[in-house]
Design a protein around this ligand. Structure first.
Ligand code: FE
Length: 235
């Protein structure tokens, strides 16, 4: 097992706000790989901060609840999944996405008021796109919700541009040597959404069923969606 296996899938995307949590552990993290003491300390700090802000009249508890509800349940990868599924079933939408993604995603209900300039990257046989932000943690929040903690880690941000194949392999995605890897560096001006390849064996599925197959990580470009067909040939 590689020492870099902390890029485990399934981080819950909460903003843990720290970059130093046990990155050099050599055991295999699972999705609960965060230090529980660290998480508890952060929860206490967050509650204390909320109490102070409420006390000073900066925030009301209702506003805090609304914010949490919004970012935990209403804005998240399910929005990006709608964009992806629509792109799979509707070629006209796909072309509008390619031409002007910022405008096109509004067709599936993305709030334009908060949208940064967005571009979509179509994965296809022989071409794999993956997204990062080398400077900080720019991310298409309005489409994917809160970024996973590994996305913000200095290690991912520095290594994915230098050795994308190795990083992707450690995250469980082994690409053919003849597949071209394109790494896209986000910024405050522009955000990227990867449209993963439609899995084989999904021809009979409707748009709603397809939405359910799309994962957050596939839209960052660190995962490829597995075929749903037992007779298929996932690579
Ligand atoms: Fe950034």
């Amino acid at each position: 097992m590689s020492e870099h296996n902390h890029h485990s899938h399934g981080h819950d995307g909460h903003d843990h706000g720290h970059d130093d949590h046990g990155h050099d552990h050599d055991h295999d993290h699972d999705e609960h790989g965060h230090d529980p003491e660290m998480a508890r300390a952060q929860a206490i700090r967050a509650e204390a901060l909320e109490a102070i802000l409420v006390d000073k009249g900066v925030l009301t508890p209702t506003e805090v609840d609304h914010y949490l509800e919004t970012w935990n349940h209403r804005i998240g990868p399910m929005i990006g999944a709608r964009v992806v599924a629509r792109a799979w079933v509707d070629d006209d939408f796909r072309q509008r996405l390619a031409a002007d993604a910022t405008a096109a995603v509004q067709e599936v209900g993305v709030n334009p008021g908060r949208l940064e300039r967005l571009e979509v990257l179509f994965n296809e046989p022989g071409v794999h796109n993956v997204v990062c932000c080398t400077l900080c943690s720019c991310y298409p929040w309005t489409i994917l919700g809160l970024p996973p903690s590994w996305y913000k880690s200095p290690e991912y941000r520095s290594r994915i541009v230098r050795e994308p194949r190795a990083v992707l392999s450690e995250m469980g995605l082994d690409l053919d040597t003849d597949t071209r890897v394109q790494v896209w560096d986000s910024s405050s001006e522009i955000r990227y959404l990867v449209i993963p390849e439609r899995p084989a064996g999904t021809d009979g599925l409707g748009e709603e069923e397809l939405v359910a197959l799309v994962t957050r990580d596939s839209m960052i470009g660190v995962e490829r969606l597995a075929t749903t067909s037992p007779a298929g040939n996932p690579r």
